[in-house]
Design a protein around this ligand. Structure first.
Ligand code: NAP
Length: 270
């Protein structure tokens, strides 16, 4: 295993699924890890296993990120622990239920976890990274960030926020020594699906990746300094073309004149 001083990685949602694999893999790479989630027993089991197999230091924070006071404890750790060099914003929930079949209170809690907690933790971590000229943020978005029709629209909206926020962070921080990566997993075999109300058996196995394969692929993207990593997209030219189209529109999106198709003269003529 690596013995370079990589510092400490703080991983949210580390008690299961994608976050637990990130915790294992990052410790194997030589990071000390701080595991954040609500399930104390799971975190303790994972912490013991990681510390036995890697000898890295492992700290556990039993925290409900939906609770603003508890979230503040993680923010305080990110601000004060100068060994932290990597934040993995992974904790999140989602569902396949449409607007008409989902209740607004659970949608609000989803926004609080997927958007507000992720934002506050990033705000807590980044100033220290900039001050030290070193640090990285991995934000777990989703393919629904660019395909919001697939699952619940609020979920897609939260993940679109994560993608846009990551792109903007990269724009602002790339020359300040801070690496930013947005990971857009496709369907991944975790408890996410059952928790969201649709068990994995309902999905075509051909579109579902194991969490291990997804995280290992995403870490290759991280090593290659990719801003956006879509582990299941085989043809990279599709993303490159999509991104190029977006970038090429950018200089044309603001004007002192409405486009001709929106002017009365045009609509009365046509
Ligand atoms: P998962 O196994 O259900 O993991 C979710 C993690 O978030 C768990 O560790 C859970 O731990 C934690 N968590 C949930 N609510 C929390 C809260 N209020 N406070 C603190 N921690 C909380 O699902 P996963 O698939 O690994 O999900 C990880 C990320 O991947 C999510 O952001 C999800 O949106 C994204 N993603 C998943 C898929 C997929 O198909 N699985 C696809 C694209 C993106 P506790 O219950 O112990 O708190």
């Amino acid at each position: 295993m690596s013995h370079t001083n990589l510092g400490t990685a703080l991983i949210t949602g580390a008690s299961s699924g994608i976050g637990a694999i990130y915790a294992e893999r990052l410790a194997q790479r030589g990071y000390d890890v701080i595991l954040v989630a609500r399930n104390r027993a799971r975190l303790a089991t994972l912490a013991e296993s990681i510390s036995n197999t890697t000898r890295q230091s492992v700290q556990v924070m039993v925290v409900d990120l939906n609770d603003r006071v508890s979230l503040g404890e993680v923010e305080a750790t990110l601000r004060s622990d100068t060994r932290i060099s990597l934040l993995v914003n992974n904790a999140g929930v989602g569902t396949h239920k449409p607007l008409l079949g989902s209740d607004v209170e659970s949608m609000t809690r989803m926004i609080e976890l997927n958007v507000i907690a992720l934002t506050r933790l990033t705000y807590a971590a980044v100033p220290g990274f900039v001050e030290r000229g070193r640090g990285a943020v991995i934000n777990i978005s989703s393919i629904v960030s660019i395909a919001p029709e697939i699952l619940n629209g609020v979920y897609g909206g939260t993940k679109a926020f994560v993608l846009a926020f990551s792109q903007s962070l990269h724009h602002e921080l790339a020359n300040k020594g801070v690496q930013v990566q947005a990971v857009l997993p496709g369907a991944t075999a975790t408890e996410f699906w059952a928790i969201g109300g649709l068990s994995l058996e309902h999905l075509d196995a051909k579109i579902v990746m194991s969490a291990r394969e997804m995280v290992d692929a995403a870490l290759v993207g991280f090593d290659n300094l990719e801003l956006v990593t879509i582990p299941s997209l085989h043809d990279l030219s599709q993303w490159t073309a999509f991104e190029a189209a977006r970038q090429s529109m950018s200089p044309n999106l603001s004007s002192d004149q409405a486009a001709v198709r929106y002017t009365r003269t045009h609509s009365s003529v046509s």
